[in-house]
Design a protein around this ligand. Structure first.
Ligand code: FES
Length: 90
């Protein structure tokens, strides 16, 4: 039997989805707001489908690989040579 994956966090920022959900204001309704506040979703972007699903359903632990092609990838990180309006600081 193949073990199911358990996906419960943004590994880039080492924050569980449960921590994020508990800390975010109830008025938070967008992925961009989560990224702005916690950083999560703004680095590799792998957690973005899970954060979007958390916003939609309230779930914080996932056992399926989620792929959302409708989500924009995160803005590339600024390296100093890029137009700062097109990249994220951090
Ligand atoms: S896992 Fe969340 S930005 Fe990489």
């Amino acid at each position: 039997m193949v073990p199911q994956p358990v996906i419960d966090r943004c590994t880039c920022f080492d924050r569980t989805f449960a921590e994020i959900k508990a800390a975010m204001p109830e008025s938070t309704t967008t992925l961009e707001a989560i990224t702005k506040r916690f950083g999560c979703g703004g680095d590799c972007g792998i957690c973005r489908p899970y954060l979007a699903q958390m916003l939609k359903t309230g779930e914080t632990v996932f056992t399926e690989i989620l792929i959302r092609e409708d989500l924009e990838p995160p803005a590339p990180r600024c390296t100093g040579s890029q137009d700062s309006k097109k990249c994220a600081r951090g």
